[in-house]
Write a protein that binds this ligand. Structure first.
Ligand code: ATP
Ligand code: MG
Length: 751
């Protein structure tokens, strides 16, 4: 096939095609939302493997979230066939780094059995250090400081560091906390998220041959890479210096995690001769949605301006609705979801709806509303399934099975279920172990054998109890790993391990007695967790060497054969983990997501509740421009219908405080007249357009009227826009004949 005939190019426009087939060593695509950046990047991977002939194991593809990685892998898989996508080194930066460290970490002295300290773990460790040292700054600040220090990479701006130091007298304290935190992680053989990147940089600097096979590196959502990820990218690409990046500076929303847009300009400087390609057509949204989104982002006067033209018609005007309270807002959203889905006569389902929140804490009223109406939903990002107490317990047990030296996890489970061990005793164990420089596990084992490390007041019977009810059962489970099990001699795998664990600590009884009101829900979550584990085992079996890197001559690789560490890493790294995924096909569900986790995704119908000052921009945020970009990201997720809403009175969680009045978000206030004030109009022309954009079958009018239930007054709901509001909507009044919609609006919306 000639390059221009390759099947993957069929769905691309001219500029996208140039980007996909470019043979420039470095390619940068900077373009707005919905312009097909991800689509182009995915197509380029396929083209490089299938047309250019690069072996998939020699390609690194970095996405921003685990979910995005999964979707991309599926799409590439469909185009490539033969399961070739499984060989790609594809994932987010953290999971790719983890794979390299698992394979080669021992070359830099890393204990191969490392575990991962996730956000919650790091927070807890730092909190403890701060309280022991009685330091001034708030633990959250200490943590952010440490993380920043790590994330800046080795190229920390020394001058700036000195200025910072002179400004903050607590620097000495911070440094001490940092040292102590780091030594705690080392002792427990844990790497935090930043360490994964930092240690991988160290590995690749010292042993570049680990990536000597890598021929090309591709990165999505480049605007959100931080300093250390930038270095990692350069190291991945060090041999061939072939890199493709795609991104949009307007969508940089991870500054709080040290992401720096300036890495974009740094890239263009470091890789001279980069082919810069811009994509200017927005394939995602109706014009009216894009117009309003651009009005928001254009308030930022310092942005890098790009052209973004809608290819679709105007569609229905986005709605902005003020409601009395947060619960009224929840109810309104629910009634709109019902209305739209019914009026679509089956063309739209709950799967097409997303509710995007600035912060996870806003979800309560929305969840209540959906729950009351019996609308199924799933939660993405920020509301971590794995953070639920009942799940966290199991994970902590698994962590201790994997790494007995993980004191933090051991301390958390020591009295769960209740073993009559008080917090004070646990602290004493921790302190004694710290002083003896051994783990609590070995301390207790030693004591139970009658060996004493120091004089303690802790009674032996209590220690004995811990040993018999906790350490021994876990030892027993650990010994079974990999052995055959059951009458048929099936291997003792992950699921068997979790099941045996649950029964040996009698978790069900613990849940029942500790949570009498919602033990059923908690137990259902545990069952869900087991089935997630079973899915994980199945997936791993299907792609056996999925997680293994190719053999490189001269560099010894550790093959990670055990499933437990991989599962635990997956749990820790899946910050955007979600529940209810399995039901996606059988039962459509509404998605509730944080805006951060919705990055890169799209839905036909998007709700953005709580657009008030204090929510967006968030009261604790220091960077108003980043908050505006966040709103822009949220709005540009919508394909067809976009709803913003704002409760007049704040959703106060403690009901006694008198409610305060909310002000509309300053990003929306200046343009609020451009919105419709009720639900978007859903008449025939709009429905026809939606069908066209989504490539779905338009239901007949009969279908729709058959489905319209009597509870809706058609007058009120079918065309709910006030007559004076209608001006400016392209759609025609109800009884008019189907109008001819004007052709694609190629209005220049240069920023
Ligand atoms: P974001 O900045 O939000 O991540 P993006 O630039 O990555 O957006 P994509 O998600 O790749 O955009 O594409 C947006 C939508 O447009 C997708 O549904 C994609 O399939 C579609 N699309 C992209 N390119 C084309 C094209 N040439 N023809 C038709 N549809 C396209
Ligand atoms: Mg994208």
């Amino acid at each position: 096939i000639s390059s221009q005939n390759h099947a993957i190019l069929g769905s691309l426009n001219e500029a996208q095609r140039r980007a996909v087939t470019s043979d420039a060593p470095t390619v940068a695509i900077l373009a707005g939302p919905g312009s097909g950046k991800t689509h182009t990047l995915t197509s380029r991977v396929v083209w490089l493997v299938d047309y250019v002939g690069i072996r998939p194991e020699n390609v690194i593809v970095a996405t921003f979230t685990v979910k995005a990685a999964k979707e991309m892998k599926e799409r590439i898989g469909k185009a490539l066939g033969n399961g070739r996508e499984k060989k790609l080194v594809l994932g987010n930066f953290h999971s790719i780094a983890r794979r390299y460290l698992a394979a080669y970490g021992r070359h830099i002295g890393l204990n191969q059995k490392f575990g991962i300290a996730d956000d919650a773990d790091s927070r807890a460790i730092i909190k403890r250090i701060c309280s022991r040292k009685q330091v001034q700054p708030d633990p959250a600040y200490v943590r952010a400081w440490i993380s920043k220090k790590k994330a800046k990479g080795t190229e920390v701006d020394e001058k700036q560091a000195r200025i910072d130091a002179s400004k903050s007298p607590g620097l000495q304290e911070l440094e001490e906390c940092y040292q102590e935190y780091q030594s705690h992680l080392e002792k427990s053989n844990l790497l935090d998220f930043d360490d994964l990147l930092v240690r991988c940089v160290e590995l690749l600097q010292k042993f570049p041959s680990c990536v000597s096979n890598i021929q090309t590196v591709l990165i999505d959502e480049y605007q959100d890479t931080n300093g250390i990820q930038y270095e990692l990218m350069k190291l991945f690409a060090q041999k061939h210096r072939r890199v493709t990046i795609v991104g949009d500076p307007d969508q940089s929303i991870y500054g709080w995690r040290s992401a720096e847009v300036k890495n974009l300009w740094r890239f263009l400087k470091d890789f001279r001769g980069t082919a810069e390609i811009s994509l200017e057509e927005n394939y995602r949204s109706f014009q009216s949605i894009l117009d309003l989104s651009l009005l928001v982002i254009q308030q930022d006067k310092n942005r890098y301006k790009k052209i973004l033209k809608p290819i679709h018609n105007k569609g229905s005007r986005p709605a902005l609705r003020k409601l009395k309270s947060a619960s009224a807002e929840g109810d309104w959203i629910v009634s709109e979801i019902k209305r739209v889905i019914m009026m679509s006569g089956g063309m739209l389902t709950h799967n097409d709806v997303a509710i995007l929140l600035r912060s996870a804490s806003l979800s309560r009223h929305i969840e209540n509303g959906l729950g009351k109406a019996g609308i199924p939903y799933r939660m993405v990002g920020g509301f971590k399934f794995y953070d639920r107490v009942e799940i966290k317990v199991i994970i902590d047990y698994l962590r201790v099975i994997y790494q007995p030296e993980n004191n933090d996890a051991l301390a958390r489970i020591m009295n769960v279920p209740k073993r009559g061990i008080g917090e004070g005793t646990i602290q004493k164990f921790l302190e004694e172990a710290r002083q003896a420089s051994i783990s609590v596990w070995s301390l207790l084992s030693k004591h139970s054998r009658g060996e004493r490390t120091a004089k303690t007041k802790i009674t032996t019977p209590m220690e004995q109890k811990i040993v018999t009810t906790l350490l021994r059962p876990l030892d027993a489970i650990r010994k079974k790993i990999g052995q055959s099990h059951g009458p048929n001699g099936t291997p003792f795998g992950l699921v068997e391990m979790i099941e045996q664990l649950i029964s040996s600590i009698n978790l069900q009884k613990h849940i029942k007695t500790t949570y009498p009101d919602d033990h059923e829900q908690k137990w259902a979550n545990i069952e869900e967790f087991i089935s997630l584990a079973a899915d994980f085992v199945r997936e791993q079996a299907q792609s056996e060497d999925d997680d293994l890197l190719p053999e490189i001559e001269g560099v010894e690789q550790t093959k990670e054969t055990e499933i437990l560490p991989r599962f635990l890493a997956n749990v820790s790294l899946a910050a955007d983990a979600q529940t209810g995924d399995k039901d996606e096909e059988s039962k459509p569900v509404v998605t509730i997501s944080t805006i951060h986790a919705a990055k890169g995704l799209e839905w036909p119908i998007v709700f953005i509740p709580a657009v008030y000052n204090g929510s967006i921009p968030h009261q604790r945020s220091e960077d108003s421009d980043e908050e505006r970009r966040l709103l822009y990201v949220a709005m540009t997720r919508a394909q067809n219908l976009l709803y913003l809403s704002c409760p007049t009175f704040a959703a106060s969680n403690d009901d006694d405080s008198s409610p305060s009045r909310n002000q509309l978000s300053p990003f929306i206030e200046p343009i609020h007249r451009a919105f419709a004030n009720k639900g978007p109009c859903l008449d025939r022309p709009v429905m026809t357009e939606i069908a066209k954009v989504l490539k779905r079958k338009l239901p007949s009018e009969d279908d729709i009227f058959r489905e319209l239930p009597t509870m809706f007054s058609i007058e009120d709901n079918l065309f709910p826009v006030d007559p004076e509001q209608r001006q400016g909507d392209t759609v025609e009044p109800p009884r008019a004949k189907r109008p001819r919609l004007s052709g694609p609006g190629h209005r220049n919306t240069t920023g």
